[in-house]
Design a protein around this ligand. Sequence first.
Ligand SMILES: *[C@@H]1O[C@H](CO)[C@@H](O)[C@H](O)[C@H]1NC(C)=O
Ligand SMILES: *[C@@H]1O[C@H](CO)[C@@H](O)[C@H](O)[C@H]1NC(C)=O
Length: 216
Amino acid sequence: MVRLPVQCLLWGCFLTAVRPEPPTSCREDQYLTNSRCCNLCPPGQKLVSDCTEVTDTECLPCSKGEFLATSNREKYCHQHRYCNPNLGLQIQREGTSKTDTICTCDEGQHCTSHTCESCTPHSLCLPGFGVKQIATGVSDTICEPCSVGFFSNVSSAFEKCHPWTSCESKGLVEQHAGTNKTDVVCGESWRTGPGSRLGRPLKLNMFQAKLTFRDP
Ligand SMILES: *[C@@H]1O[C@H](CO)[C@@H](O)[C@H](O)[C@H]1NC(C)=O
Ligand SMILES: *[C@@H]1O[C@H](CO)[C@@H](O)[C@H](O)[C@H]1NC(C)=O
């Protein structure tokens, strides 16, 4: 108990005597070890042995399938991540000695997170909504409501909102107004003037006639 302070004192005197200025911090590309500043290993290489009075830091390149992204003093390189096909993952970019492998999702799916640990199917835009932006391997579909004059009658990951049919340009009249889920229904004019409400498609009349005929 009594010897401890004395020892510390002696040790302190010893250090001060032998190394007048032991470094307490090193440059950004160096690290402190054994009271000495050693160069860090560059990205893509791991540490084999610290520098000494007479030798520089000894580094070795990472093996195939491994990487180290930054200047470091790591004894081991990191393993490239594996894009597991059983999780719907595939390689987007193969890793190098300095970069990790980047995974993405198979066709029709996208990553559930920034790190792409798993995949989920692209969302569909419901009727009344159109695809604003088609999904990619890393981002989901973006839908938008169909504005007036447009419609979507399908659930789809690709279909945009379609413009209503212009009956006028077909020489027909509008029979049913369009909605955001249905197209305009055009009918033949009965030559009673443009926009006549009497206009009815011939087919519909025949269909109705059939129904009437079959009615017991
Ligand atoms: C579609 O139109 C209906 C009726 O006007 C409206 O209630 C609904 O919010 C619209 N849907 C979208 C996606 O805009
Ligand atoms: C959607 O609308 C188009 C154009 O009016 C039509 O041809 C198609 O049959 C409709 N599909 C469904 C599923 O309603």
